[in-house]
Design a protein around this ligand. Structure first.
Ligand code: MG
Length: 203
């Protein structure tokens, strides 16, 4: 499976990092070795001293497809969840300043903690989903999918022009404002519509 992520998908997050608003989706990928299942500890890597949390709604592809039309995109996923797109911000800043690819900053081991997936039918409207991240019990990020620049179906249509989507692929749909550093000992909890779905510790 592959992990496809969209960057700069929430205006307030673009502002906080002083990034430009993109005129098409900003896409990057992580290897499957980035996955951490719910409850597994994240081990702080020694190559960074500025690992940031980015909480994101995630989507699991359940049907192979390419060149998917946006109006049919909803047929390619049945389940959603929540995940963290851990980012080594110090490495990313260095790479960005040189115009180099972000892979090392985004795709390292454990950089993609994910919840279990739940049927999307559990939610009334995927375009109006509240989600948040608590660090040691304090709300650090709170978002709503209505604020996405590119909604889920648009992302799927765009990405599938370039990458064939396969069963089990996961899409990270971007983070709202409030990203920040984590440290050893932190306890992270992520929830959709108030229901805790992902919980783990930084070790
Ligand atoms: Mg992200």
């Amino acid at each position: 499976m592959k992990i496809i992520c969209i960057g700069r998908n929430y205006a307030e997050h673009i502002k906080e990092l002083n990034n430009e608003r993109p005129d098409e989706p900003v896409i990057f990928t992580k290897p499957d070795t980035a996955i951490l299942k719910d409850g597994e500890a994240f081990y702080y890597p020694d190559f960074s001293s500025d690992i940031h949390h980015e909480v994101e709604i995630i989507v699991k592809i359940n049907k192979m497809g390419k060149n998917i039309e946006e109006k049919f995109a909803h047929k390619y996923y049945e389940e959603i969840g929540i995940g963290i797109d851990f980012t080594a911000r110090d490495i990313q800043s260095k790479l960005k300043s040189k115009g180099l690819p972000w892979d090392l900053a985004k795709g390292f081991n454990g950089s993609a903690p994910i919840s279990e997936f739940v049927p999307k039918t559990k939610f009334a409207d995927l375009k109006n989903l509240n989600f948040n991240l608590l660090v040691n019990g304090d709300v650090k990020q709170a978002g709503n999918t209505s604020m996405m620049l590119y909604p889920i179906d648009t992302i799927i249509a765009f990405v599938s022009k370039y990458f064939t989507l396969k069963v089990g692929d996961i899409i990270f749909t971007g983070t709202p404002a409030g990203v920040g550093a984590v440290k050893v000992g932190d306890k992270l909890e992520a929830a959709i519509e108030g229901e805790k779905m992902l919980e783990f510790e930084v070790k």
